[in-house]
Write a new protein. Structure first.
Length: 384
């Protein structure tokens, strides 16, 4: 069997109508069996049934036969097609699953239902994913944010001990005096004395409705990284119809994530009202609302609160999603209404987030920033 025909046979499943007339053997036959258990017809000839050991064997098989990216897709499909969520409450099964962001989101949504015998295993799965995300995201985040804080702290009237001589010389090269073989600076560049203290605050306001699961996972990791940055105060608030201030847990992203209760309703207006009471210095605050904007509370009040944040000179941005999954589902009317208030509203990948936050700390025009990075913004209404 040529390779092209073999691939078609694996895709089509070997039914009488698949048109290939081909049979498989060896490793391909085993791959076909694992695919048929998940994607077979309604009778699921090789189905997994409700047996935890059998599901565990199947999870081990797909990890042996397919690359990690395919395994993650198949695990996600198994959640929906085969009721794998229920079986994830078994510690033996959890040990067989390949951890990823989507699995963490599922475990967080099941948090209250996880039996005591599975809790430690579930935490280890979550910690494994969190540590991998931190390895990927921590360094670029600290580098981008620390650089932004230093740039935002520059002053043109520094004290002698705060002068940045390299930048001062570069800025004044045109004033070089050949006769004296020196630069006579007209403008000094340095850092203000406030930099060692807390100079900026970041508030991450997280919609913990079920559709935001992967965004919440990434935001929790970013929150823990930001909490380690000097000169930055980080606050994390999660909400559905209730509000949970998770700031005290920010040093441990696993504890923080287990403080999230995924799957509830949505009251954005109340969350904005609470966050307003926590912002002491609006001009030094970056407020990031991470939500798909499907408001279940008072929609008009939500927009009034958002407008008040902007009017108070808080740097506000709304992320419709913080994940790698592409275009999210969101409330287009509310996104357009926020855009009309001057709030940049768009989806953001985790790899872009450090640069976005740096731009916000420096109070750059975030609409221009998004345009420069080919990010599609939610547009205000045509009459707005």
């Amino acid at each position: 069997m040529n390779d092209r025909l073999r691939r078609w046979r694996l895709v089509l499943g070997g039914s009488d109508a698949d048109g290939t007339g081909s049979t498989l053997s060896g490793g391909d036959l085993k791959r076909d069996s694992t695919l048929d258990a998940l994607y077979g017809n309604d009778k699921r000839r090789g189905g997994l049934g409700g047996s935890s050991p059998r599901v565990a064997r199947w999870l081990g098989d797909i990890r042996g036969y397919f690359p990690a990216s395919v395994v993650q897709v198949m695990q996600r499909d198994a959640m929906d097609r085969l009721g794998l969520r229920r079986l994830l409450l078994e510690p033996e099964l959890l040990e067989s699953v390949q951890p990823d962001v989507h699995l963490v989101g599922t475990l967080l949504s099941l948090n209250e239902a996880i039996p005591e015998r599975s809790r430690q295993t579930a935490r280890e799965v979550v910690r494994q994913v969190v540590e991998e995300l931190e390895r990927r995201l921590a360094q670029p985040t600290r580098q981008a944010v620390t650089g932004a804080l230093h740039r935002a702290g520059r002053t043109s009237r520094p004290r002698a001990g705060d002068i940045d001589w390299n930048r001062t010389i570069l800025a004044n090269l045109k004033h070089y005096q050949p006769a004296h073989r020196t630069v006579v600076p007209e403008r000094l560049i340095g850092y203000g004395r406030r930099l060692p203290q807390l100079s900026r605050e970041v508030v991450l306001c997280l919609d913990q409705s079920g559709s935001m699961a992967s965004s919440v996972v990434y935001a929790g990791v970013f929150g823990a990284v930001l909490a380690s940055v000097r000169s930055l105060r980080t606050r994390i608030v999660a909400f559905d119809t209730e509000i949970a201030d998770l700031t005290d847990a920010v040093a441990d992203p696993v504890e923080l994530l287990f403080g999230v209760q995924l799957g509830g309703g949505t009251d954005i207006a109340s969350a904005l009202a609470y966050c307003q009471t926590q912002i002491a210095n609006p001009r030094d605050t970056v407020f990031v609302l991470i939500s798909d904007l499907f408001e279940g509370g008072d929609n008009d009040e939500m927009l009034r609160r958002a407008q008040a944040l902007v009017a108070g000179e808080t740097q506000v941005v709304c992320l419709l999603a913080l994940n790698d999954e592409g275009a999210p589902a969101y409330d287009h009317d509310n996104a357009a209404a926020l855009a009309a208030l001057g709030i940049p509203t768009f989806a953001c990948t985790p790899d872009r987030f450090p640069d976005l936050l740096a731009a916000a700390i420096e109070r750059e025009d975030l609409t221009a920033w998004a345009g420069a990075h080919d990010i599609t913004l939610a547009a205000p209404p045509a009459d707005g």
